[in-house]
Ligand binder design. Structure first.
Ligand code: ADP
Ligand code: MG
Length: 577
């Protein structure tokens, strides 16, 4: 096999192995870091259009952007002199001094994007300012101007990026399939479309319209169009203000979740970012309304004074750093909790036809625009369930009516939620308010070493919940009392199961999530089981308590406690409407 490793050193005069890279190579390397895939070029071009205050942006893509990306805007435009500068490295109209770095209010500021794109493609820029009589067209190949000529055009800018990566063939190999690249492009434009709902966006791929979003569309309409009706119908609005910080947008009801965090849109001062801390704050606020391993869906706009955020931390500006991250976490948490407590999160049975599959974005989106203008979160305010005369069937479900329909209640899940909220309240008050049940004779437990350690670790929580456990000798313990709710359960079985359960969940990090899981566990153990027959009185009491309970739409594990079928839907099912 031939080796070519020394060829690079041939040109150098001395024998050192380290040499300086030629300028064009440096530019290509740098460009590759920023423009890793076509979608990133699209992102930079749209940012420039928005920075130029355009309210209409058209994006035309060919072959997932590898052949052509054309972005046309109706913004401020550039004159001939600016056109000759704009594609050179570190040229910008947006930043002048280092101090300004601490309050950046434009998307761009580094003056790198056009230079990076021009280093790895053939670029044509056509632009005209409002007051200029004609526009200018400039063609750039390998960062060198090949042609400048006047051109008639409306005010604004059109940038054509052809044969992206043609000069860095290595990069092309790393790209995923054409489909994946197109998906990334759509995701990028979707993100801009949410934050700029007053701006007209149109995307075509190989001359076919993928979507055409009208100017001045409201955000929820855009969400319906781009993410589909399923998500649209489960949206809850968020509005929160604290001092100089403001949070707005939408979260989806906890019943609608995803297994990835792809449907989380976080904007800091209108800039789309990914931020684990904010994602976590939202997730924590949903708490046990979410089933485990699922992620909430949300679109949140956080705005705060520019000097509270550093946007200059990530090469593609996709992450930011906060001066006070805890304040941001707390506020996002509070904003989401507030929405979840105030809004109705009950399950409604809906006809499933006409559902949009979120990833299948087609022309028919435009058609959907014309349908239904209902806003999901206020169609059915709190639909109270009647607590008199519920009917139990299959020893599992209760049936009753609501003002606007009928309700089915899962007796176990409902009771679990009631007990959970009760336990939680008592626990949070830090008082041993939970009624206790004293065993007539203390029960002796002999544990293994690891179980003993485990028990010692969790003893404080258990005591808060009403257990009285005495360390007897070596690995033995005496159980004197338990929370009253366990009085008809077998203490021996209960206690061993509790330990086994704790054993499997060694990953508890904070006391809080531990207590929470423990309380959820206790609520589950103590709740009426599926299969237990209830008297009329018991069923009535259960529903009454459920109605008084917070967050009563789901059990502590995120499953629904009740499902409501609206009466108008029943009418439709019976063909009365
Ligand atoms: P940055 O956006 O960080 O300033 P870019 O390389 O993206 O750097 O763009 C360089 C400059 O070119 C911008 O500062 C802006 O003045 C000008 N420019 C780029 N795109 C447009 C556009 N679509 N409309 C008007 N001016 C533009
Ligand atoms: Mg830019």
């Amino acid at each position: 096999m031939q080796t070519k490793t020394i060829t690079v050193a041939v040109g150098s005069t001395n024998k050192t192995k380290i040499h300086h890279l030629p300028k064009d190579v440096i530019a290509k390397i740098a460009a590759g870091e920023v423009i890793e895939r076509p979608a990133y070029a699209v992102k930079e071009l749209i940012e420039n259009a928005l920075d130029a205050k355009a309210d209409s942006v058209a994006i035309h893509i060919e072959e997932s952007g590898l052949r052509k990306i054309i972005v046309t805007d109706n913004g401020e435009g550039m004159d001939k002199e600016d056109l000759e500068e704009c594609f050179k490295p570190h040229t910008t109209s947006k930043l002048q001094t280092a101090e300004q770095l601490s309050y950046i209010h434009t998307f761009g500021f580094r003056g790198e994007a056009l230079a990076s794109i021009a280093a790895i493609s053939n670029v044509t820029i056509q632009s005209k300012t409002e007051k200029a009589i004609s526009g200018t067209s400039i063609e750039i190949t390998d960062s060198v101007v090949k042609k400048i000529s006047p051109i008639g055009m409306p005010g604004g800018t059109t940038i054509t990026v052809a044969d992206l990566f043609h000069s860095v063939p290595g990069r092309k190999k790393f790209l995923k399939s054409y489909r994946t690249e197109l998906r990334h492009i759509i995701a990028v434009i979707t993100s801009f479309a949410f934050a700029n709902s007053a701006v007209h966006f149109v995307l075509t791929h190989n001359k076919k319209i993928i979507f055409d979003l009208p100017k001045k569309q409201n955000l929820s309409e855009r969400i319906k169009l781009l993410l589909g009706t399923t998500i649209f119908f489960s949206l809850l609005p968020v509005n929160y203000e604290k001092g100089a910080l403001n949070i707005s947008g939408f979260i989806a009801k906890p019943q609608l979740t995803t297994t990835s965090n792809q449907k989380q849109f976080i904007y800091i001062n209108q800039r789309k970012v990914s931020d684990k801390f904010i994602s976590l704050a939202v997730k924590d606020a949903y708490g046990n309304l979410l089933a485990s391993k699922t992620h909430p869906i949300f679109i949140l706009f956080v705005s705060l004074p520019y000097e509270y955020v550093d946007v200059n931390v990530h090469p593609r500006k996709e992450e930011v750093r906060f001066v006070d991250a805890k304040m941001v976490y707390d506020s996002v948490h509070a904003a989401v909790s507030q929405t979840l407590t105030e809004k109705n999160i009950t399950y409604y049975l809906r006809e499933e036809k006409g559902l949009a599959l979120s990833d299948k974005i087609t022309n028919s989106f435009a058609g959907r625009l014309l349908k239904e203008n209902q806003i999901p979160w206020d169609i059915r305010a709190h639909d109270k369930i009647a607590t008199t005369n519920p009917v139990q069937f299959h020893n599992l479900y209760l049936l009753t009516q609501t003002k606007y329909g009928i309700a089915l209640i899962d007796q176990h899940g409902a009771h679990e939620r009631i007990l959970y909220e009760q336990f939680m309240e008592a626990f949070l008050k830090q008082k041993k308010e939970l009624p206790q049940y004293h065993l007539s004779t203390p029960k002796l437990f002999d544990l293994s070493f690891s179980e003993r350690e485990l028990l010692h670790e969790y003893l404080p929580q258990l005591e808060k919940l009403g257990f009285v456990i005495e360390s007897f000798k070596d690995n033995s313990f005496l159980l004197h009392a338990m929370p009253l709710v366990f009085q008809d359960r077998n203490p021996e079985i209960l206690f061993t199961e509790l330990l086994e359960d704790l054993m499997q969940k060694k990953s508890f990090k904070t006391i809080d999530s531990l207590s929470q899981k423990m309380i959820a566990y206790l609520a589950c153990r103590a709740a009426i089981k599926a299969g237990e027959s209830l008297t009329k009185k018991q069923a009535k009491e259960l529903l009454e308590k459920l109605e008084q309970t917070n967050n009563n739409a789901t059990c502590p594990h995120g499953r629904p406690t009740k499902i409501i079928i609206a009466i108008d839907q029943l009418h439709r099912m019976f063909k009365r409407k």
